[in-house]
Design a binder for this molecule. Structure first.
Ligand code: SF4
Length: 277
């Protein structure tokens, strides 16, 4: 059964983080009230990093800081022209272009990660959900027709095989104590499907941490069989929940609020506050 609901790695991640936010965005199609400044900055830096690694992939002269900043500023300008306002937070830098330049300068000065072989930059993928959505213990395969789509920031190959690199522009280093997240697990499965590697695909965070002195770090994210099983289970339950919610007369009863630190930056916080479902 295909209910026409978009299933992507990031949408499944949102469903896991807060089912109510997922329903606003993907089930009801509500536009966000605003977009967080960090998201705009992250998108801008991703675009600049894509330029850097595309040049490397194509054997062209390295992108300069000025070229990378120009790409980032164009992305920020585009966000500024969008009908969705950028949320300003007292704690945040307000000059986004200056902050993008600060982080990209730190990246260039850090002797950036330059793999010998770049296989993909901003590489889209489409996974057959029926292949990945199976119970990790019983092996039961779910009869879903949806695919799961997504985009891999960077895929490289070295003497240890294939690795997926996920760029993260963040204020603090994300903790790894809870195992790998759903999105990264899907990325690894997608890379295994795309490149048919005989070795397990490795996962890395490429961190650009917005501390007073920016910190640039490539950090491997360990992936144990238990992590993979848990992530697959989350995919299976997420897709199952989507199916049930789509046909439910009151989907809000299934897609509850999950209050967390994310609420203050949630693009649906006002709608959520007034929602009595
Ligand atoms: S404000 Fe919080 S609980 Fe409400 S939708 Fe957003 S993330 Fe979920």
């Amino acid at each position: 059964m295909n209910d026409g609901v978009y299933v992507s790695a990031s949408s499944l991640r949102l469903l896991q983080d807060c089912p109510r936010a997922w329903s606003y965005r993907y089930l009801k199609g509500h536009a966000a009230e605003d977009v967080g400044l960090g998201l705009v900055l992250g998108k801008a830096c991703h675009a600049a990093l894509a330029l850097f690694y595309e040049r490397l992939r194509d054997g062209l002269p390295a992108a300069t800081l000025d070229e990378m900043v120009a790409v980032a500023v164009a992305s920020i300008d585009e966000a500024g022209r969008s009908s969705t306002p950028i949320a300003r937070d007292d704690d945040d830098e307000t000059d986004l272009a200056a902050e993008a330049e600060r982080m990209l300068r730190a990246f260039i000065l850090s002797h950036p990660f330059q793999p010998k072989r770049v296989l993909g930059v901003e590489l889209p993928f489409f996974l057959d959900a029926g292949q990945v959505a199976r119970h990790p213990i019983t092996g039961e395969q779910f009869a879903f027709e949806e695919g799961i789509s997504g985009v891999l920031d960077l895929v490289i190959e070295d003497e240890n095989g294939i690795a997926v690199i996920d760029h993260k522009i963040c204020k603090t280093r994300p903790a790894l104590s809870g195992g790998i997240d759903l999105q990264l697990a899907i990325y690894a499965l997608a890379a295994e499907e795309l490149f048919r590697s005989d070795k397990p695909v490795r996962l890395f965070h490429h961190l650009l941490v917005r501390t007073k002195t920016p910190r640039i770090e490539l950090r491997e994210v360990p992936r144990s069989p238990h992590d993979v099983a848990e992530a697959l289970e989350a995919v299976a339950s997420g897709v199952e929940l989507i199916h049930v919610a789509v046909g439910h007369p009151r989907p809000g009863r299934l897609l509850g609020r999950h209050r967390s630190w994310r609420c203050s930056g949630c693009g649906y916080r006002r709608r959520c506050a007034g929602d009595r479902t």
